[in-house]
Design a protein. Structure first.
Lengths: 234, 764
């Protein structure tokens, strides 16, 4: 299998002088294509910073970040926009849907940034929301909004799906539905899915768990027998 | 602590608060600037009127006696009465035989000449003459010089004892000039004893009554046994009324302009406070939960708008008085003769400042009230997302075919109506002011073309001296193949026995109908006068209710008999108001045609050497003089264009800024999804452009009416048809659009700097 993601001795420092904070401290790891990876850690462990650098929203102070063989850390703003449009699908904790667009339009808007995107209607069907497509985000539940967010991420047909606490704002039942969807994407569709969470139970479903503490990698564990989402206790 | 928070909040919303500051400052700057001129002028006039005991009423007639004056003085309400002889004479030829109004008195109680230099007017001094100081300045005449005037057919040479002015000549313009040139107009006060005994004929009684003199007409008529021509009040005295009109105009401007800026400031503060309070919802909830009273929290939020608007008002007031106000007074005191005219200031500026502060505070209060009504436990949680529903635009049949940007922006407008209204209203007002400004300039050019192109169908103007005989005039008219013109002051009315209130003072112009001195009809088309008819200017006809085919009654100021003529058509002229008639008709009525001017298509070279010619003006000279007299208008144009630019920039930037701030989170999401900066900028630019286009379209038809009102506010002695050229609309619209596009680009950098990481952190 090829490496989908490679972090090479990455350091990310915020602030200067006395106020300097090392958020990520010499982190190196690889993620293979089609893996379902969970980056686990407490608040302030540096997991979101890793995810942001991976998604091209932040740049390392030192080191290199490769995604799909491209060095993301060396890209300029314009190339980063293109990279995010072509390669990455984001799922946010608070969904980040555009309130002025319907569910369908929120998904369809990716047509404006990527030519070979998938059909928005089909994507909504995949997440079980085809009957809700004309609703605005404010007319939907949190779980439904997160599914729209997933549909939007899928519509770009991305190689990698990144989720920052995607179940953080959801109740356990809805969270499981979302999680199951993501696990399926990895197992059945071959997408690389990388989730950031502080919830250790979620890690049991992953192929690989990168445990972070104080900006460093505490451990990287490969799980040959990941549990099904329904098997975990949450 | 809350004070620190306030300062930090102001810093983080600097653009919006700066806009409110600028708008409040500009509103007060406009107001105090115009008012400095109005208040200063009004105060100086009051003082001037009091010092000179300026008359309230003028009774014109002939051979008034002391007994008649005493009879008028006995009327209840009349305080002081003055007999005087007024005649339009001429200055000596060395002063270009300028129009010189000569006053002969044997006492001075009413409208006493105000001494600017030398000795005060002494009606008993038969050796002295007191001259209008502006005229004397123009010709370099000093106290002690000898001065000759021509009145009652005789030369009167006296020593200049003093230089004076009176409220009757606050504005002065010779009948042959389009605007003030003090070389051509003056007045002189002398003792009545200067005149031979047989000529000491008082033709005026002036009096003070402290009220409307026209109300006393019945009593005056009975006191004088009906032996008087007509009674006039201050409004009929052009030299006085012109400044009244001008100050009234500036008074209106001060309110109109400041109202526009206050209205925009109100919209800005409302949107800013609403947004800020909404963003600080959880902070308010926290403060509330900590036990802070609603009143204290409200005071904190009100303090933003109160402090910013108060600072803006203060800056505006100070700058208004010392910059704009000073400039206006300097400029206008050059055109008007009013001693002691200094920039003024009164309580109304403070009152208006307080009103602006109050309005801004009220806007902030209404914005905060909603959140403070929410229970603290609820306020601690972020607000639910704004409920979205299908907007009205979705009913468009082609909605689904519209692109993302268009749909996104249309929905955003539907969701943020107040911001959209602010953008449209601000742009519309900017467009109106811009159209007014450039339109005033267009009107200037239009009137110039009309006056110098259509009406003055000649190349030269030869002015005759008073001594010019009709034979000499006819001779030179033959030489230069020209048309002779005579002019006289007249009164006109719609009835044969009018009361003073129904009489309009104006001018009679007699032409030979050769087509060199043209007459325009109401549509400004050059029209020939039919023999046996006269043309009456539009404003005067309107005031008297006259129309084509009616009879107009008129009489020369030196006569007491009323004449009547049939109106052939209603005419228009930019500066000469009254009746125009043909020489043949004039002579047929028994009057002698005594030309004062020759107009010719030829250059009239050499005419200036003739003894009876006082001056020769080429068309370019006349144009140059006209341009010079329009410097005030130029200033107004610059003023309005400047404010329009300021308004448009502030409004569009602010609208864009609010739009950006409200949608920053959405933009960040789009950026994370892979939208490029330029695509996101397009969202702001397109919306701004739409609002600008709507504002521009709404503003286009709204410019014409205020421009005409502005032109009309110059009074009945000026008739300037307003004209706004299509190019003006294009320039104004292009400017608005240009600013809109530039504002869009100004956000490019901010979009680039959007922190996507923050977006991932959560809602607040």
């Amino acid at each position: 299998m090829n490496n989908a993601v490679e972090f090479k001795d990455v350091v990310r420092i915020f602030g200067k002088g006395d106020g300097q904070q090392i958020a990520v401290d010499h982190v190196s790891f690889t993620i293979e294509e089609g893996e379902f990876v969970v980056i686990l850690g407490r608040s302030g462990a540096g997991k979101s910073t890793v995810l942001n650098m991976l998604g091209g929203m932040d740049k390392p102070t030192e080191g290199q970040v490769f995604v799909g063989g491209q060095e993301v850390s060396a890209m300029n703003d314009s190339r980063l926009s293109q990279f995010r449009a072509d390669t990455i699908g984001f799922i946010f904790q608070f969904y980040n849907l555009i309130p002025g667009l319907t569910a369908y339009e929120n998904v369809a808007l990716v047509k404006d940034i990527k030519k070979d995107c998938l059909d928005a209607g089909e994507m909504l069907e995949r997440v079980g929301l085809s009957d809700q497509k004309n609703k605005f985000p404010s007319q939907m539940s949190g779980g439904q909004q997160q599914r729209v967010s997933i549909a939007r991420a899928l519509a770009k047909n991305p190689k990698i799906i990144l989720g920052d606490e995607p179940t953080g704002a959801l109740d356990s039942e809805t969270g499981l539905v979302v999680l199951e969807m993501l696990q399926k994407l990895s197992a059945e569709e071959g997408n690389t899915v990388i989730l950031v969470t502080h919830n250790a139970d979620i890690a049991k479903c992953a192929n690989k768990v990168i445990h972070m503490r104080n900006g460093r990698i505490k451990s990287i564990k490969t799980n040959d027998t990941p549990l099904s989402v329904h098997e975990i206790e949450w | 602590m809350l004070r620190r928070k306030m300062l930090r909040d102001i810093r983080s919303n600097l653009a919006q608060f700066l806009s409110v500051f600028i708008l409040a400052a500009v509103a007060m700057w406009c107001y105090t600037g115009f008012q400095a001129n109005v208040i200063g002028g009004t105060r100086a006039r009051e003082e001037f009127n009091k010092t000179t005991n300026f008359s309230d009423g003028w009774i014109y007639g002939a051979a008034f006696t002391g007994e008649q004056a005493s009879a008028v003085a006995r009327i209840g309400g009349i305080s002081d009465v003055q007999l005087r002889t007024e005649i339009l004479g001429k200055a000596d030829e060395k002063y270009n035989t300028a129009e010189l109004y000569c006053y002969f008195q044997d006492s001075q109680t009413v409208t006493k000449p105000y001494t600017m230099e030398g000795a005060g007017y002494d009606p008993a001094d038969t050796e002295g003459v007191w001259l209008f100081y502006r005229f004397a300045d123009a010709w370099g005449i000093k106290v002690g010089d000898s001065f000759t005037s021509h009145a009652f057919g005789q030369d009167i040479t006296k020593t200049v004892k003093g230089l004076v002015t009176t409220p009757e000549y606050e504005f002065a313009c010779a009948s042959t000039d389009a605007d003030t040139d003090f070389h051509n107009i003056g007045f002189a006060y002398m003792s009545v004893n200067v005149l031979p005994e047989g000529s000491r004929d008082y033709n005026e009684i002036v009096f003070t009554c402290g009220d409307d003199p026209l109300k006393l007409e019945d009593e005056i008529s009975s006191a004088l046994g009906g032996r008087y021509a007509f009674l006039a009040d201050r409004k009929s005295i052009d030299g006085y009324n012109r400044l009244t009109d001008e100050l009234d105009q500036h008074d209106s401007f001060s309110y109109v302009f400041s109202a526009v800026f206050v209205a925009i400031a109100l919209l800005v503060i409302t949107t800013t406070m609403k947004r800020m309070v909404a963003r600080q919802r959880t902070q308010i909830g926290t403060l509330n939960a900590l036990g802070m009273k609603n009143r204290k929290i409200m005071t904190h939020y009100l303090s933003f708008s109160v402090i910013i608007s108060a600072l803006g008002c203060l800056a505006g007031v100070v700058l208004g008085i010392f910059t704009f106000g000073r400039m206006m007074v300097n400029l206008f005191s050059d055109f008007y003769s009013l001693p002691g005219w200094e920039p003024g200031f009164d309580y109304k500026s403070i009152l208006l400042s307080l009103i602006i502060i109050l309005i801004c505070a009220a806007a902030a209060f209404l914005s905060c009230r909603m959140i403070l009504k929410i229970h603290p436990s609820e306020a601690l949680r972020p607000a639910a997302a704004k409920t979205a529903k299908p907007c009205i635009f979705e009913k468009l049949p082609f909605w689904n075919r519209l692109g993302f940007t268009v749909r996104y922006d249309l929905r955003d407008i539907a969701r943020s109506k107040l911001r959209a209204i602010m953008g449209i209203f601000g742009t519309m007002m900017g467009m109106v002011i811009m159209t007014l400004g450039i339109g005033a300039y267009d009107t200037l050019g239009y009137v110039k073309d009309w006056y110098f192109g259509d009406i003055q169908n000649y190349e030269s103007q030869v002015l005759f001296k008073d001594s010019c005989t009709p034979e000499e005039a006819f001779g030179i008219a033959d030489t230069y193949t020209g048309e002779l013109i005579s002019a006289d002051l007249i009164s006109i009315a719609a009835e044969g026995h009018p009361t003073s209130d129904d009489i309009v003072s104006c001018k009679l112009t007699v032409t030979e109908g050769k087509g060199l001195f043209q007459i325009s009809d109401e549509e400004l088309n050059v029209t020939q006068l039919e023999p046996g008819t006269v043309a009456v200017t539009m404003k005067q006809a309107k005031r008297l209710g006259l129309k084509k085919g009616d009879t107009v009654y008129w009489k020369r100021s030196s006569d007491s008999e009323w004449n009547q003529s049939r109106i052939g058509f209603i005419s228009r002229h930019p500066s000469v108001m009254g009746i125009t008639m043909l020489r043949t008709d004039y002579e047929a009525m028994g009057f002698e045609f005594k030309p004062q001017m020759l107009v010719s298509k030829q250059g009239c070279e050499g005419a200036e050497k003739l003894d009876f010619v006082s001056a020769v003006h080429s068309k370019s000279d006349l144009r140059a003089a006209f341009d010079k007299s329009m410097e005030v208008m130029d200033l107004l144009v610059y003023f309005m264009v400047f404010f329009a630019c300021l308004l448009i920039i502030v409004v569009l930037y602010n609208s864009g800024n609010l739009s950006f701030n409200e949608r920053e989170k959405e933009f960040a999401t789009l950026k994370v999804l892979g939208f490029k900066t330029s695509a996101i900028r397009r969202l702001i630019s397109v919306q701004n452009l739409w609002l600008s286009v709507i504002g521009v379209l709404l503003g286009i038809p709204l410019g014409q009416a205020p421009l005409q009102a502005m032109m009309d506010s110059n009074g009945d002695q000026v008739d300037w048809p307003c004209y706004i050229s299509p190019v003006t609309y294009v320039i104004a619209a292009a400017f608005v659009m240009g600013v809109s596009v530039i504002v869009g680009f100004m956000f490019q950098k901010r979009i680039k700097k959007i922190d996507m990481v923050e977006v991932l952190k959560g809602m607040e």
